[in-house]
Design a protein around this ligand. Structure first.
Ligand SMILES: *Cc1c(COP(=O)(O)O)cnc(C)c1O
Length: 370
């Protein structure tokens, strides 16, 4: 049988070692006689799991002491409402939020934010390239930022469009010190970041961290305490922070698995070591794509995502045959998002380079026999 490599965009592949450890601890966690799923979230066993996960994440991302790490629910899309509910109250109502529109996910964030604030799309890369759709990140010098926005929202890795910020925009001087809010759902922990450059970082766990159900928020302390009165208490970051992510029952099992992933990342050498591996994986795939005209990519080179690689067969009538043959080889979930079509290989932290090698080998063979 072929080794299975899972290229799903999310929920996505997890490190085999983590799944094996979880399996071995499934019925009895560390001699407690209980599965993690069965434990009180306020008992000493789970409190220790949570504290370790938070400490490991703080270490991995070098999160400064004046930032809180919150474990929430609601997903990335939930945060599209939760972020404005927590931050627009910093300004007189109605406040304005600035958005940089670089793909499907920032588009959804814009749509949701309109319920809570005035939205200024300060820049958009929609239909600005050679093809329809999104092809990159607009040059920050061209962003038309508001005079005093509540915050500036970016999606630093557009999972569907395959567009990644390869820089941190330096906008504070042009936006009256507005905090930068980043949706990092699909590339958090894939590269070194300077957390201090952001006011808020958020992400659903199911792309590059762990199972669905856990949503991560990293927030600078001075941004807490401005929630609108209509913000649900369970999503008011100040209340969640004061209760150490235990205001209501957190997604305990997802936190436990995320914690195992954090420990696995530390064994891999941390985020900087992961970044080098991710660069090597992405280069392998993009170099092959650039070497052939059987397959086509649409994203400008300098904005290509290292995590999500959308590509198209030049002859799209071969799509079904490509997916069937890939599956036969154990290369799973390569179908592109329905909104953009084509193919997409998501090559998150847990995808070993052998998986990308197997994919490139398969793609080459398919191109030669079709
Ligand atoms: C997947 C994804 C989301 C949505 O996450 P949900 O957990 O489904 O709400 C939001 N933003 C980005 C960048 C994503 O990749």
């Amino acid at each position: 049988m072929n080794t299975i490599y899972n290229f799903s965009a999310g929920p996505a592949v997890l490190p085999k070692e983590v799944l094996q450890q979880a399996a071995s601890e499934m019925l009895d966690w560390h001699g407690s006689g209980m599965s993690v799923m069965e434990m009180s979230h306020r008992g000493p066993e789970f409190m220790a799991i949570l504290a370790q996960a938070q400490a490991d994440l703080r270490e991995l991302l070098n999160v400064p002491a004046n930032y809180k790490i919150l474990f929430l629910q609601g997903g990335g899309l939930g945060e599209n409402a939760i972020v404005p509910l927590n931050l627009v109250g910093r300004k007189a109502q109605p406040a304005t939020i600035d958005f940089i529109h670089t793909g499907s996910w920032s588009g959804k964030s814009i749509k949701e934010a309109k319920k809570y604030a005035n939205v200024n799309v300060a820049a958009s890369s929609e239909n600005t390239g050679e093809r329809a759709g999104f092809s990159g990140v607009p040059d920050p010098a061209s962003w038309k930022l508001s005079a005093d926005p509540a915050y500036v929202h970016v999606c630093t890795n557009e999972t569907i469009d395959g567009i990644e910020f390869q820089f941190v925009p330096d906008i504070a001087a042009r936006s009256n010190g507005a905090p930068l809010v980043a949706d990092m759902s699909s590339h958090i922990l894939s590269r070194a970041i300077d957390v201090s450059k952001y006011g808020v970082i958020f992400g659903g766990a199911q792309k590059n961290i762990g199972p669905a159900g856990l949503t991560l928020v990293i927030v600078r302390e001075d941004l807490l305490g401005h929630a609108l009165p209509i913000c649900p208490s369970a999503f008011d970051w100040k209340i969640v922070a004061e209760n150490d992510s235990m205001y209501n029952t957190p997604p305990t099992y997802s936190i436990y698995i995320a914690g195992l992933v954090f420990q696995w990342l530390k064994r891999q050498g941390g985020v900087a070591a992961m970044e080098q591996k991710n660069i090597a994986k992405a280069n392998l795939l993009y170099d092959y794509l650039d070497s052939t005209d059987f397959y086509v990519t649409r994203v400008a080179k300098e904005h290509r995502s290292r995590m999500n690689v959308p590509f198209y067969l030049k002859d799209e009538s071969l799509n079904a045959a490509f997916l069937a043959a890939a599956k036969e080889r154990g290369l799973l979930q390569l179908k592109g998002h329905k909104s953009v079509g084509g193919m997409r290989a998501s090559i998150y932290n847990a995808m070993p380079i052998e998986g990308v090698q197997a994919l490139v080998e398969f793609m080459r063979e398919f191109s030669l026999s079709n």
